[in-house]
Design a protein around this ligand. Structure first.
Ligand code: NDP
Length: 256
C-alpha cells in the first residue's frame, strides 16, 4: 500500500556518490522518490548519475561542497527549480572526520569537521525549510554516529559535531511539527565505506571493534539506508525527534 511507498515524493541527499549516501539515494529511488544529490567530485557524480539512469532511477545531481555557505544556497536554488519549490525529504549525510588526540587538533581541523558535519546540515535545514513546508509532508533525516552517544576513538570534534546534530533533530521535530515536517536521526557504528576503509582494513582494529559488538560484523551500507528510508515513509508518520542507532548492539553492550 501507499504507506510503504515514496512514489511522487522528492528528496535531497547530500554526499550520494559513495558509502551510506549512495545506498540512501538508491533505496529512496527504489521506493519511488525522485532524488537530487551532490558531491564535490564531478567525474564521480556523473558516473553515478549515468548508472542510476541505466537502472531506471530518477536521480538528478550537481557538484556542491556542502561545507560552503554559497554553494549550499546554489544547491537549494537548483533543487527548488528541479522540484517546483517542493521537497519532501532532506537527508543530511555528507560528513567527514579528522582523528587526533584533542590537544593536537588545529583550528583548521576544527573548522573542517564542524563546517562539513554541523554547519552544512544546520544551514541546509534553514534553506530547505520553505520547500519542505510547501510539500505539505516533510521529513528530515540526519546521519549522526554512535560517537555522538558514547566515547569511541574517533576524535572529540567529530563526536561534538554529531552530538549537536542529535539535539538539532529534537529541536526541529518540535519547532516544525506544525508545518508537518518530521525530523529524525540515524546513528551508525562502523559501516563499510571509503570514510573508514583504512581502519576496517586493519584486522587488529576490527577485532577490537567486534569484541564489543554483539552482532560480530561491520555494517553494510544498505543496513543503514533501510532505516533512513523507513523514517521517510508515510508508515513512520508519528515518529519524530528520535535518534536510532544502527550498531549491531554496540551501544547497549555491557559486559558478560
Ligand atoms: P564516505 O566518505 O564513504 O562518503 C561520503 C560521501 O559524501 C561521498 O559521496 C563524498 O563525495 C560526499 N562528501 C563528503 N564531503 C562532502 C562535502 N563537503 N560536500 C559534498 N559532499 C561531500 O562516507 P560515509 O558514507 O562513511 O559517511 C556518510 C555519513 O555517515 C557521514 O556523515 C559520516 O560521519 C557518517 N557515519 C559513517 C560511519 C562509517 O563507519 N562509515 C559511522 C558513523 C557515521 P566527495 O568526497 O566527492 O565530496
Amino acid at each position: 500500500g501507499s504507506r510503504w511507498s515514496l512514489k511522487g515524493t522528492t528528496a535531497l541527499v547530500t554526499g550520494g556518490t559513495r558509502g551510506i549516501g549512495h545506498a540512501v539515494v538508491e533505496e529512496l529511488a527504489e521506493f519511488g522518490a525522485t532524488v537530487f544529490t551532490c558531491s564535490r567530485n564531478e567525474e564521480e557524480l556523473n558516473k553515478c548519475l549515468n548508472e542510476w539512469k541505466e537502472k531506471g532511477f530518477s536521480v538528478y545531481g550537481s557538484v556542491c561542497d556542502a561545507s560552503s555557505p554559497s554553494q549550499r544556497e546554489e544547491l537549494i536554488r537548483q533543487v527548488a527549480s528541479a522540484f517546483n519549490g517542493k521537497l519532501n525529504i532532506l537527508v543530511n549525510n555528507a560528513g567527514t572526520n579528522v582523528r587526533k588526540p584533542t590537544i593536537e587538533y588545529t583550528a583548521e581541523d576544527y573548522s573542517k569537521v564542524m563546517t562539513t558535519n554541523l554547519d552544512s546540515a544546520y544551514h541546509l535545514c534553514q534553506l530547505a525549510y520553505p520547500l519542505l513546508k510547501e510539500s505539505g509532508n516533510g521529513s528530515i533525516v540526519f546521519i549522526s554516529s554512535v560517537a555522538s552517544l558514547i566515547s569511541v576513538g574517533t576524535g572529540s570534534i567529530y563526536a561534538v559535531s554529531k552530538a549537536a546534530i542529535n539535539q538539532l533533530t529534537k529541536n526541529l521535530a518540535c519547532e516544525w511539527a506544525k508545518d508537518n515536517i518530521r525530523s529524525n536521526c540515524v546513528a551508525p557504528w562502523y559501516t563499510k565505506t571509503s570514510l573508514v576503509e583504512q581502519f576496517i582494513a586493519n584486522k587488529e582494529f576490527v577485532d577490537e571493534v567486534l569484541s564489543r559488538t554483539p552482532i560480530k560484523r561491520i555494517a553494510e551500507t544498505h543496513e543503514v539506508s533501510a532505516l533512513v528510508t523507513f523514517l521517510c515513509l508515510p508508515a513512520a508518520s508519528y515518529i519524530t525527534g528520535q535518534t536510532v542507532s544502527v550498531d549491531g548492539g554496540f551501544t547497549v553492550n555491557g559486559f558478560s
